[in-house]
Design a protein around this ligand. Structure first.
Ligand code: HEC
Length: 111
């Protein structure tokens, strides 16, 4: 094989790897936290640094700590919310990031 072809193949692989990156990336809880603070903190207590939220609405720590809680169940509760929780228009990636963030709030002894 001619060296130029090898180089070209290398470049093609490098480019496709760069494109594949975001699609296969794992959920990003840091991004989820950012989204939660922007989209959810009007109602839910998102993290302990927050002083006000509605008393009737479960905090994210409480939600994370529910027995048998999973990312999937959290995502389902966001996609098909129970009244009075509104439908919040977010992308699938944002949904996964949010669920990953909420699950980081689960205490080790609740796992
Ligand atoms: C307008 C207020 C409001 C906003 C904004 C809101 N929620 Fe909720 N959410 C609620 C209420 C009220 C409930 C409780 C519903 C019920 O009675 O079970 C709830 C319940 C939930 C539950 C299920 C809790 C359980 O006990 O299983 C999850 C998960 C959840 N919210 C996530 C989110 C996320 C993530 C966001 C931001 C993207 C968000 N919520 C934004 C009001 C809100």
């Amino acid at each position: 094989m001619d060296a130029r072809i090898v180089f070209t193949l290398g470049a093609v692989f490098a480019t496709s790897a760069a494109f594949a990156g975001p699609v296969t990336s794992a959920p990003d809880p840091e991004h989820g936290k950012d989204l939660a603070q922007r989209l959810c903190s009007n109602c839910h207590l998102v993290d302990s640094g927050q002083s006000h939220a509605s008393v009737d609405i479960p905090s994210f720590r409480e939600i994370a700590g529910k027995e048998g809680q999973t990312e999937g169940a959290i995502m389902a509760a966001i996609v098909i919310p129970k009244h009075p929780m509104p439908v919040i228009p977010i992308t699938k990636t944002e949904l996964e990031d949010l669920a990953a963030y909420i699950m980081t709030l689960r205490e080790p002894n609740e796992r």
